[in-house]
Ligand binder design. Structure first.
Ligand SMILES: Cc1ncc(COP(=O)(O)O)c(C=O)c1O
Length: 387
């Protein structure tokens, strides 16, 4: 039998991280002690009360049946309670859907609303799923919105042609640039979407990883956002639960209903015990202030951030201390793959910016999801390359 993937799968772009991943594997096979600053996966464990809750909920035999496609009512209530406390936004149960990680929801919302040939605005550089999972796999056309350093890594809506555009993605705090935004920008985004009948998908996966008093906003805090927008959140980074696959999408009722309809034919909801644990984790918020364990987590990230950014600046790189996320977006003024390869040979894995889009070229992304001693050792190795 000749096995041929569908044309839409053939249209996926080449995987630009493949070469660097091959080199990483090769180094590891040679026994090289590689320090990975390339993975967006927290090294810090979930808080103890989350693990304790997980053990208890797994042991409860009632928690092993199918769950509802839209998510368990208690989980959705916990999400809306969290929104009220954290963002002062009111949501009813029909405005919440549970996800098996936000990646799945981001891809499936395309299935629900995007037709073949529709244009989808995606930031460049960006998390690759917007262009690939959501757009190309639904036979739509990704249209890049450049995120340029001189614009604070925000798109310039005045230069975007809205003709034929069905959907737009925005993501702040941003992966990979670590840029953050204020409500003035969000106001512009909602107006642009409303004026042009565009579905606004706001990815807020990093809203709880923030420093120096910065509190990332929700798009739903903006008047009129509920008419045009949904927001994606995840327990992955907030509670270090990347492998547990639990997230949620909230906002406009019709958009949530469309996404739920697709999901009812694709999956059967996250495990009940995971939803119960995530509900407890969300309930740890008493107000819009972060609970202590998150303050501690962000304190640890911030210390690492400072070591990494200060070293990079001493070497002569241009990069800022990010106010959120665990990424540093380093302007390397050159070929990102070449720099990544050079650093790999010195024992440090970083991510070449070109893998996030054309406008990611000239940058590398470094992640501070390693203990501080490893970050310091990585800094020594990076510095030795530029002596
Ligand atoms: C911007 C962004 N959105 C969404 C995700 C997906 O997270 P998850 O599927 O674990 O919720 C990631 C993961 O790295 C991300 O960086």
């Amino acid at each position: 039998m000749k096995v041929d993937v569908a044309d839409r799968v053939k249209r996926l772009p080449p995987y630009l991280f493949a070469e660097i991943e091959r080199l990483i594997k090769e180094k590891k096979a040679q026994g090289v002690d590689l320090i990975s600053l390339s993975i967006g996966d927290p090294d810090l464990p979930p808080p103890k009360f989350v693990i304790d809750a997980l053990k208890a909920e797994v042991a409860d035999l009632k928690n092993h049946n199918y769950s509802f496609s839209q998510g368990e009512p208690d989980f959705r209530r916990a999400v809306s309670d969290w929104y009220r406390k954290r963002f002062h936004v009111e949501l009813d149960q029909e405005q919440v859907v549970a996800l098996l990680g936000s990646k799945e929801g981001i891809a499936n919302i395309g299935r629900a609303f995007v037709n073949a040939g529709d244009r989808v605005l995606v930031p460049d550089p960006a998390y690759p799923v917007y262009a690939n999972g959501t757009t190309i796999l639904n036979e739509a056309v990704p249209v890049s919105m450049p995120l340029l350093e001189e614009n604070g890594f925000m798109p310039d809506f005045d230069s975007v042609n809205p003709k034929g555009v069905k959907m737009m993605f925005l993501n702040y705090p941003n992966n990979p640039t670590a840029a953050t935004v204020d409500k003035k920008f969000l106001r512009e985004a909602v107006d642009f979407a409303a004026d042009n009948d565009i579905i606004l998908c706001y990815d807020n996966a990093y809203s709880e990883v923030s420093f120096d008093g910065y509190k990332p906003p929700s798009i739903l805090e903006i008047d009129g956002a509920m008419d045009v927008a949904v927001e994606f959140h995840s327990c992955s980074k907030t509670f270090s639960m990347t492998g547990d696959r639990i997230a949620f999408c909230v906002g406009n009722k019709q958009l949530i209903s469309g996404l739920t309809k697709v999901k009812s034919q694709v999956d059967s909801g996250p495990p009940v015990y995971i939803q119960k644990v995530a509900a407890k984790a969300l309930a740890s918020y008493m107000s819009d202030e972060q609970p202590d364990f998150l303050k501690k987590m962000n304190f640890i990230y911030r210390e690492r951030r400072d070591v990494l950014v200060e070293t990079l600046c001493d070497i002569g790189f241009k990069c800022d201390k990010p106010k959120a996320t665990f990424y540093v977006w380093v302007n390397c003024k050159g070929d990102s793959m070449e720099l990544a390869t050079k650093l790999l040979n010195a024992g440090v894995a970083v991510t070449p910016g070109i893998g996030f889009g054309k406008h990611g070229e000239g940058y590398v992304r470094m992640t501070f999801t390693q203990p501080i001693e490893r970050i310091k050792e990585a800094c020594n190795r990076i510095a030795s390359v530029f002596k």
